[in-house]
Ligand binder design. Structure first.
Ligand SMILES: [Zn+2]
Length: 443
């Protein structure tokens, strides 16, 4: 029989919880500070307005229960496991809102006309899927292959978690190529939670991160990306920054106003650009010094404004034009990559690729959707290096890239336009910071 504990025992802090401190694992904290610390860990997650009531209440409950891990460390594991199941509930509730009373199915084999099934609850969705599955004819005859219509495509859909994820992507509700892999990993974890095979324990730090991820997931499903988010970040701010370099390989970046301080440094060239990775920004760009007007050589999107020229010329332009910053979405960007004479070149913005001369258009072109240019580049290099490892169409099974097309320049440009609309060619002046180690080959 289970031991009956007194109220006082139930209210006694669990010593395992007390060793988690703001500085990592350490000497046990006083219980009062631990209570505050644990609540702070999950205080930042907020569910956006408009999210379905069931999902919101599940989330609020987990966020509230989290603090009770102070009295029983196992609460963190239970909250963490439950959060993964709420992910599926959120998908179901969002699905019901999205289909607004009816789901449409198409026969991919073209044997039967499309069907519309009225649905009001998710159980009715599952029943409709089952009913269509039963209508398949005996194996010898050609049978219909029913698919759910979602956005511009139709997808295989059995109503389970994998089908819901595919639907949310096809319907454009989830975004980002890197996070596509994380969603995959999360649904593996959810399956492990639904069908456990072993005992496990989760730390408060891990459980808090799961709740943050869940909040981002839910908010994105309802159309709200997260400012500074890990999974579904909102568009980020770009500032006007100055870059300066000299022949000795010295490269600097600063807020544009730094031009007003005359350091007396000679032999420098200056340019002005819009950049996410400005000094002091939370977004570190490992390739910030590789800026090039023609290639997407920085990790976050940069934009050329002026230069190169002297410090006083840069300052004069800055004062005359008074440029301001903007915001930019860096997820799911479309890049075009040229391969010519055995050389793969860095990704280009479709507008810049469209503005190339006929001579520069020669070779094989690849159109790839990715969050970062480095991902697009690695994917195309992988296509050639290891046959079969990377996908030549759609979501790559091996990396955070979505392959749109390979072929001539015009075919690749058409593939980009099919996705993002008319591409207006542009031909920026050739300005590049010399001696980039990360992107040595340009044309
Ligand atoms: Zn790939």
């Amino acid at each position: 029989m289970a031991e009956i504990r007194s109220l006082e025992e139930l209210q006694t802090p669990d010593s395992t919880a007390l060793v988690f401190t703001p500085y990592g694992l350490g000497a046990p904290m006083p219980a009062e500070r631990s209570a505050e610390f644990l609540q702070q860990l999950v205080a930042g997650c907020e569910i956006a307005p408009g999210v379905a009531e069931g999902t919101r209440r599940e989330f609020d409950r987990l966020q509230r229960l989290f603090a009770y891990g102070l009295f029983d460390y196992d609460v963190f594991t239970v909250v963490d496991d439950r959060a993964l199941l709420v992910m599926e509930q959120a998908l179901r509730e969002r699905f019901i809102q999205w289909c607004a009373g009816a789901v449409a199915f198409e026969d991919a084999n073209g044997l039967e006309p499309p069907r519309i099934e009225p649905v009001g609850t998710y159980d009715e969705v599952l029943a409709a899927v089952k009913k269509l599955g039963r209508r398949n004819r005996p194996r010898q005859q050609p049978s219909p292959h029913w698919q759910l219509k979602a956005g511009r495509t139709s997808i295989d859909f059995n109503g389970m978690l994998a089908g819901l994820r595919a639907w949310a992507r096809a319907a454009g509700l989830l975004r980002g190529q890197r996070t596509r892999g994380i969603e995959h990993a999360m649904s593996h974890l959810r399956n492990a939670v639904a069908h456990p095979t072993s005992y496990h324990r989760t730390t408060p730090v891990e459980a808090a991160r799961t709740l943050h991820d869940l909040a981002e997931f839910v908010n994105q499903l309802w159309g709200h990306p997260t400012p500074g988010g890990r999974l579904y970040p909102a568009p980020v701010d770009r500032d006007v920054v100055v870059m300066a370099w000299n022949d000795e390989g010295s490269i600097h970046m600063a807020q544009a106003d730094a031009l007003r301080d005359d350091t007396g440094a000679e032999g420098f060239l200056y340019i002005l650009i819009l950049s996410v990775s400005r000094p002091g920004s939370q977004y570190e760009d490992p390739h910030w010094a590789a800026f090039d007007t023609r290639f997407e050589t920085t990790q976050f999107p940069s934009e050329y404004l002026w230069g190169p020229g002297s410090r006083s010329e840069a300052l004069a332009w800055l004062d005359a034009e008074q440029p301001t910053g903007d915001t930019v979405d860096y997820l799911d960007r479309v890049f075009m990559l040229r391969e010519h004479d055995g050389q793969l070149y860095p990704p280009m913005h479709p507008e810049v690729a469209a503005g190339l001369t006929e001579e520069e258009q020669r070779g094989t072109w690849h159109t790839v959707r990715a969050d970062f240019p480095q991902h697009a580049f690695s994917h195309v290099r992988g296509l050639n290096g290891n046959p079969g490892a990377h996908s030549r169409t759609g979501d790559c099974k091996n990396c955070p890239a979505h392959h749109l097309s390979s072929g001539s320049h015009s075919q690749a440009l058409q593939a980009a336009e099919d996705l993002i609309g008319v591409v207006v060619p542009r031909r920026p002046p050739t300005v590049q910071i010399p001696d980039s180690l990360s992107w040595p080959h340009r044309f």
